[in-house]
Design a protein around this ligand. Sequence first.
Ligand SMILES: [Zn+2]
Ligand SMILES: [Zn+2]
Length: 178
Amino acid sequence: MGLTITPIMPAEDYLKRRPVDVGLVGIDERCYRCSKAHRAIAGVVVAEAEARACLGLGDDLFLDFDSVAGALRDTLDPAWLKERKVGPLKVRRSRQRPEGYLSNGCVWCDIILGSFPLSEAVREIEPERLPEHVFAHIPLPLDALLQAASPWLGQGGCGPDCDCGANDGTENEPELSW
Ligand SMILES: [Zn+2]
Ligand SMILES: [Zn+2]
């Protein structure tokens, strides 16, 4: 406390890049190849009410792994992940997606833990119980979350009910014109 941060970028950009507390949702399993216990990141829950409003999430506070994979890869240190039994987030190939994609892998043998089975595992959890599967909290920049939420927000801005100031009102004008 007592430290004043002077934004050197335009205020809107500063607001968009502010860190938002998210919970990492983990799926704990035994590896289908090496049978050791490991954990995969299935996505994040956004706990902060202000950010949830900004993202248009309401009570549906889950963003799946694929939509935040890039931001998680850029933020999380592989050694930190390893301590939590999570393998490095990197591009791996699968039979279904031979071109490869940013994925979870077994911390012990590095076999791909595909996004589809992970999303199936999440679907079996009741939404209100997702926070019980959070194994760590980390800050992610709001703009990464805005991108993750872009399928329902349009590109680049925050939700129409949000007055946080991160929305510059240009990129998704069609939805927001009044
Ligand atoms: Zn394994
Ligand atoms: Zn907002």
